[in-house]
Design a protein around this ligand. Sequence first.
Ligand code: G3I
Length: 385
Amino acid sequence: MTASIKKFVVLFSICIGLFGCGNGYRQQGKVETTPMGHLKDVFKHDFLVGAAVNEQLIAGKDSLGLTLVIGDYNAISPENVMKWMYIHPEPESFYFGMTDKYIDFGLKNNLYIVGHTLVWHSQLPDYLNEVKDSFLMAQYLENHINTLVTRYEGKLDAWDVVNEALNEDGTLRRSIFSKYLGDNYIGMAFALAAKADPEVKLIYNDYNLWKPLKRKAVLRLVRQLQAKGIKIDGIGLQGHWSLKGPPLEEIEKSIVAFSDLGLKVHITELDITVLPNPWDLEGAEISQNFDGSSIMNPYKDRIPDSIQNALANRYQDVFRLFLKHSDKIDRVTFWGINDQVSWLNDWPIKGRTNYPLLFDRKYKAKIAYDSIIALKKEIASLYLN
Ligand code: G3I
């Protein structure tokens, strides 16, 4: 039996074994498709559909979550386990226990595997924040990137090489990397990753890239890298959005602008908060946190139908835009598998109850899920008639 037939048989038996590929809505304990099918199947001719997976799921402690990912998604991102503080906690020691499990889960289920993230100013180990000279910083950077990219060469499909290197006005964010390496650290990171694995896709990932100043800064950054012959394949456009914004036309301008430079667009970290932001915050500026009043946590016990519908409409609006530009978009990844595990329950205020994703706290598909599938069916039927 050839390898590809074997893989098909294995995958088919997993499908039958796990959830029988029946029809109907998801119930606690059972996982069934809605009458309209699974996300990855409905959008298979448009773009990959991914989800960020947390430590619980990677460790095999969330069987419903595993089933949900295998059933609906064809791409995965590691929410935290691949970040420097976890995978490279001391200068000469690495911890690959969780990341190897993550990669194995992706390979076994034939998923597009993303690495997140090689270089970011947050979630760093103490030894890195204590660096005092450029030579040592360059050594740490080279060792980190070489070790991780080499280990997962041929297994991982794309790396978020550098994450969130820009300020809201488009200037370079001050970080331990920029302090000792200037803005060269970005090119160094991409060049090191390309040298360690010439095949893997290399992405610059950031939030609020819909903002004109940040969009211009990314275009400038990409042109600089391209002028130096440094490989960059894609832009990760984080989708930490809300019911009211950002404006679709600004998101669209960025998708088109990045694509015009020959890059693929990855909609990464998609979630839509339904809660009020105390300071009308935009994106995921991680250094901000606030203690808000109860007015900031209005849906503690349940989400009103009106908000559920508003969420479904907003997801339909953004997916209408994604489908319009599916030729430019490689992947749409949701930042979490269901509302229960979303980081937005604790940001910018800890302990809130948010409802930003397509699956609820009982792993049941919400009407937002059905709304984007219905949209695709509606658009597809226009082509058939
Ligand atoms: O590992 C500790 C654990 O030992 C401890 O028991 C637990 C309770 O305090 O905290 C755990 O660390 C948490 C970590 O996630 C792992 O679960 C941190 O407190 C928590 O702050 C951290 O949050 C993550 C955040 O990045 C950190 O900046 C979120 O889960 C994650 O969704 C979020 O993801 C980022 C992307 O990587 C980059 N783009 C923005 C996005 C949102 O900030």
